[in-house]
Write a protein that binds this ligand. Sequence first.
Ligand SMILES: Nc1nc2c(ncn2[C@@H]2O[C@H](COP(=O)(O)OP(=O)(O)OP(=O)(O)O)[C@@H](O)[C@H]2O)c(=O)[nH]1
Ligand SMILES: [Mg+2]
Length: 387
Amino acid sequence: MSNKTKRPEWAPEEGGNGFACRVMDGVEGGHDGISSYTGTGSQKPANRYRRVQLSAENYADGVLNGNRAILGRAITLVESNAMAHVDLAQDVLKILLPHTGKSMRVGITGVPGVGKSTFIEALGCYLLERGHRVAVLAVDPSSIISGGSILGDKTRMELLGRDERCFIRPSPAGGTLGGVARKTRETMLVCEAAGFDVILVETVGVGQSEVAVRSMVDFFLLLMLAGAGDELQGIKKGIMELADALVINKADGNNKIFAQTARNEYERALHYLQPATEGWVSHAYTCSAAKKQGIDNIWNVIEKFRAITTKSGVFEKNRRNQNVKWVHEMIGEHLRSLFAKHPEVIKILSDIEEAVADGTMPAVAAVQQLIDVFEGKRYMDGKQTRV
Ligand SMILES: Nc1nc2c(ncn2[C@@H]2O[C@H](COP(=O)(O)OP(=O)(O)OP(=O)(O)O)[C@@H](O)[C@H]2O)c(=O)[nH]1
Ligand SMILES: [Mg+2]
């Protein structure tokens, strides 16, 4: 065994021979142990089985040439939180940026079970038939807590998942919603550079995630059910106001008539709401994702939206605003994390929280004291003493 073991690559250089850990030498070739070397020469290339480190240019070339393996690795790089990866990912994005922005970005939301995955499968297949290349991404707030993710159930996207012209990426897991949204946004750019011209972003219609997705897409679509009642669907007026289209799904069988009635009611409700996009009037529609009915009509609506807003300049204006807003969001996120990690803030935070909860300290004074401490000002007996 001893001659098959070696020092691990991650062992510290300064560890010398005193570093006790040894690892087994890897098998050559694939995981089945069969050599992948097919050449006839006597000289085998060295280290064939070790993953080659890619430079920013290698990543960018691979993505631009539509190499799926490199596309997957580039997205993993973009999703990584490791400092070394963040810098490399930004270098890759800088090269890719001129090749991005040419897709139609569509956000899809709705409560669990409304049929988002089934709808994306139906719309995605329809688009592939029409010669489009489709990327499906997700922003899943539950992945932040549980590490799980929507789109884990690829069963609902069986056909799409198998098609070479489609790329499906589950929600990045972990971190804050802002962090997850950043990764999805950057993944979207990488997919655009790889030639995907329709990006579908799925999110669950509960909480803040739809606001995050709304701010990264051109067209936002809210899927709904007939007869479920607004309260049951957790749909608040605020979310309806974000939508460029309301689509009542499951308009098939006995449910068709109820779907039609619901459509008429939502159409009336939309009349009283602020439009989500300047110069565009949002309407309600019906479809059956399972029966693939009404899907073409919805794509026509999206294309009409694109034509109208491109002509008026709103399409471009919204994207520019989204980019600038994104910068501010990232600054906010960064400062918040610096604040939360600040050792002096950590020391006094729980006492201050308790004082505010007990009503012995006003909230504004609490904020002032915390910010002063964060900015390096010191407090003695509740009074600022030194800057
Ligand atoms: N009758 C009918 N059933 C549908 C339709 N679309 C989806 N369903 C069914 O509704 C159920 C939920 O569909 P999904 O596509 O998984 O719903 P989802 O919104 O992605 O759900 P989550 O991923 O849990 O948020 C499944 O059993 C589907 O077969 C439809 O148009 N008609
Ligand atoms: Mg789903």
